[in-house]
Design a protein around this ligand. Structure first.
Ligand code: ATP
Ligand code: MG
Length: 768
């Protein structure tokens, strides 16, 4: 049957199918969790490719994480039945941004081998600038200013555009100057920060309409997932790429309504001068080449407001892309009715919502309610979660057993992870930490990376300063300052300055000798860059520099772990082709690739769980002050609370079948034991879809008017208040005692730990 729909369309519901098949014109899919938004995007790309409407290279698709991008690529391949040859423009805003910027670096005053600075580098650079201005960096902390710059960049603001009040708020009104000085310094260093990965392309597009036009011709289809979490800069970037109308005279003209509709410096070209008739002609001439943008999102899952995300971008969409088709998906394919019921009831407590319906026609009497558990403290919590996981792993009555891969522990704050990791190591349960302790932020890794960076990019002064006297080479502050001045005076990088200065007698003999060796080392390593396999070279650099020896001679308790990490660093490079490729990867703080072979429980923060789904989800730490987080409440007030609630909604809706929520009565905060109050979110769950774990029944029930009543909301300082129910406490204690002895250590289990910016699976086996 020639008219039969292609297989990839067959399973879609009518609304999904509309979203996939409406290829012409702007489309906004606004829908709740698990309704198939991501699936729609993936299928849409497959459809574009299968119908020959565009080449893979003509599709620009933005995902929230690199991991999501890789998965999407794989699925597209499956849908169109065959490997997709490249999808070079499928990635995160940052990874696409860096690609664009490498192509046009010179237009931003950079060379194409520019370095991407991470937060730590940025802070050190800003500190130097603050000091150079003669300001007291204790009074005006670099870290604070780095935060301000980040906020401005998220809003797409250049130094000249920052609000007067903001500029005045820092360093006696020098905010603007410092920001400008920072940008200049970045340029000198041939470097940029994360914000620049978007802002430079935006500037380039604005200043060079011909370049923008090239991309208009190139990107025929633009797709964006997790649209609710785009910030203003990202939105500006998207709008530039998607609104060809501005330069080609197509009908849509950006709305010029309220002042807040345009951003400072948002130079919209004058509306097309053409008469209506001529414009229509232009439309038909361009029709085939129009840019078709499709964004999918859920306002209830906007959880990055604290990082500048603007959920209002959803509301702007219809205004900025006139004639947009708005499609709602209401059928949830992911979760049981209980899970949806619980999540829906909870999120209904938020006020600022667009409001959506979610239903499932999945009816299975076997489906359990969401289970709330109480524990004495976090150790007990981890122990009990571990126990539940072990139970799930064993075959049940029907012989069904759960894979560890199907389970996830989603925490509010990363410090919560430690306890679970400890427990799982003891139990011999495999686990992986995703987005957790950032491997690349560890001291020894940063030092090693500085060596590698300097070899690849000799102008990287920050890297130079980081390692020139690490390990100690007797290069004191005075020498470094001399070197600094020498470099500044001649406007050359510090490594080049070092190379010059050792030919003079400006330094004391000892320092001169030390510096001579450093320069010689780097020259040698640079010479090997093209010839030697990069992992070998990396190892050699760490050995010859004395860096490895420094930790070998270190007697501290952390030293062995650091050496192990350095080894892992080298291992993780193997999958890259060059040191440069690896450095770029690290700079982008990729999320880790998962080792699919290893059956393992995932541990991650709620923030990094966005878009994912698991058979069983554990949500520990539902206590006032932790979740909702005190900082969100203090800094964000009502909006902060609502964002926390959305985070809870995201957490619950990750579960397909089982959702276990935990709270503890006592938690150690900053080394001090504190009694806690159960989270207000627990009270916001509907009794119809939630039950208290059986073993916790003596606790006295939970829910509205239940065991702990409502009075706790009157209490002002959550962690100061004591809440306890002796009966429940005893029950917990008994349970603990009864089971503790059964848990022995096992040997030979694997633990996979995946850092936030890590290149790939780094499994290490821990001897039990
Ligand atoms: P989130 O808001 O959490 O990102 P989402 O709207 O992106 O969710 P998806 O992840 O695309 O939802 O889909 C949720 C689950 O439902 C996935 O397992 C997906 O494969 C499945 N699904 C989506 N649409 C269908 C369908 N038409 N038939 C069967 N399963 C579907
Ligand atoms: Mg999704």
């Amino acid at each position: 049957d020639a008219h039969r729909a292609p297989d990839y369309l067959a399973g879609l519901n009518p609304e999904q199918r509309e979203a996939v098949e409406t290829l012409d014109g702007p489309v906004l899919v606004l829908a709740g969790a698990g309704t198939g938004k991501t699936r729609v995007l993936t299928t849409r790309i497959a459809h574009i490719l299968a119908t020959g409407r565009a080449f893979p290279s003509q599709i620009l698709a933005v995902t929230f994480t690199n991991k999501a991008a890789r998965e999407m690529k794989e699925r597209i391949g499956l849908l169109v039945g065959g490997a997709v040859e490249g999808m070079p423009w499928l990635g995160t805003f940052h990874s696409i941004g860096v690609k664009l910027l490498r192509r046009h670096a010179e237009l931003a005053g950079l060379r194409s081998d520019f370095t991407i600075l991470d937060t730590d580098d940025v802070v050190r650079l800003i500190k130097q600038i603050i000091q150079a201005e003669g300001l007291d960096d204790k009074r005006w902390p670099a870290k604070q200013f780095a935060g301000m710059i980040d906020t401005w960049k998220n809003k797409g603001l250049d130094p000249a555009q920052i609000p007067e009040g903001d500029a005045r708020a820092f360093a006696n009104g020098k905010g603007r100057e410092l920001y400008a000085a920072y940008q200049n310094r970045l340029r000198t260093l041939n470097a940029c920060d994360f914000g620049d990965l978007l802002l430079h392309p935006i500037r380039i597009f604005r200043a060079h309409p011909d370049i923008l036009r090239e991309y208009h011709q190139k990107f025929r289809y633009i797709l964006v997932d997790e649209y609710q979490d785009t910030n203003t800069a990202q939105y500006m970037w998207l709008r530039l790429l998607a609104q060809r109308s501005q330069s080609s005279g197509r009908a849509s003209v950006p709305a010029e309504g309220r002042a807040s509709d345009s951003w400072p410096g948002d130079a919209s070209p004058a509306p097309a001068q053409a008469s209506a008739g001529r414009r229509d002609a232009a439309v038909s001439a361009n029709e085939k080449q129009q840019i078709n943008i499709c964004c999918v999102g859920d306002d209830d899952q906007s959880i990055y407001g604290w990082r500048g995300a603007e959920v209002d971008n959803i509301l702007r969409f219809e205004k900025d892309f006139p004639g947009a088709r708005v499609i709602k998906l209401e059928r949830n394919y992911r979760s049981t009715a209980h899970i949806l019921g619980a999540a829906g009831h909870l999120i209904a407590h938020n006020e600022g919502r667009l409001g959506k319906t979610l239903f499932t026609d999945r009816v299975d009497p076997e489906d359990g309610k969401v289970v709330v558990h109480a524990a004495w403290d976090s150790e007990e919590e981890a122990r009990a979660v571990g126990e539940t996981i072990e139970t799930l792993q064993r075959p049940d009555r029907n012989g069904k057993r759960h894979n560890l891969n199907d389970m996830a522990i989603l925490v509010r704050a990363s410090f919560q992870m430690r306890e679970f990791e400890d427990r799982f190591v003891t139990l011999g349960l495999n686990y992986r930490v995703i987005g957790g302790p950032r491997f690349y932020e560890r001291l020894e890794i940063r030092d090693a990376m500085a060596y590698f960076r300097l070899v690849c990019q000799p102008a990287d002064d920050l890297a130079f300063e980081r390692i020139v006297n690490t390990p100690k080479r007797g290069l004191g502050d005075t020498t470094i300052r001399n070197l600094h001045d020498y470099a500044r005076a001649r406007d050359i990088p510090m490594l080049a300055a070092a190379s010059d200065i050792i030919e003079t007698d400006e330094l004391k003999p000892k320092a001169r000798k030390a510096l001579f060796d450093v320069v010689a080392d780097f020259k040698r390593w640079q010479g090997l860059l093209e010839t030697m396999p990069h992992t070998e070279l990396a190892e050699q650099i760490l050995d010859e520099s004395g860096y490895t020896a420094m930790w070998q001679n270190d007697k501290s308790a952390e030293a062995p772990g650091r050496l192990e990490n350095l080894k892992e660093l080298i291992r993780s490079m193997e999958q890259f082709e060059s040191l440069r490729g690896f450095l770029e990867h690290v700079a982008l703080v990729m999320d880790a690739e998962q080792n699919e072979d290893l059956d393992a429980v995932s541990i991650m923060t709620l923030h990094s769980a966005k878009g994912l789904e698991f058979e069983t989800v554990f949500l520990p730490g539902w206590e006032e002050g932790l979740f909702p987080h005190q900082r969100a409440l203090d800094e964000g007030g009502r909006a902060g609370l609502e964002e926390e609630r959305r985070l809870a909604y995201v957490g619950i809706t990750r579960a397909k079948r089982n959702c276990h929520i935990w709270f503890v009565s006592n938690r150690r905060i900053h080394g001090l034991w504190q009694s806690t109050i159960p989270s207000r979110f627990l009270d916001e769950l509907p009794e119809a879809h939630v039950e208290v774990a059986e073993s916790d029944q003596s606790y006295g029930g939970y829910g509205r008017g239940g065991g702990y009543g409502q009075s706790r909301f009157d209490k002002q300082e959550p962690f100061q208040n004591s809440y306890s129910t002796p009966g429940w406490r005893r029950a917990q204690q008994n349970k603990t005692d009864a089971t503790r002895d059964n848990w022995g250590n096992r040997s030979g289990h694997a633990v996979e730990r995946i850092g936030y910016g890590e290149s790939g699976p780094r499994a290490r086996t821990i001897e039990g």
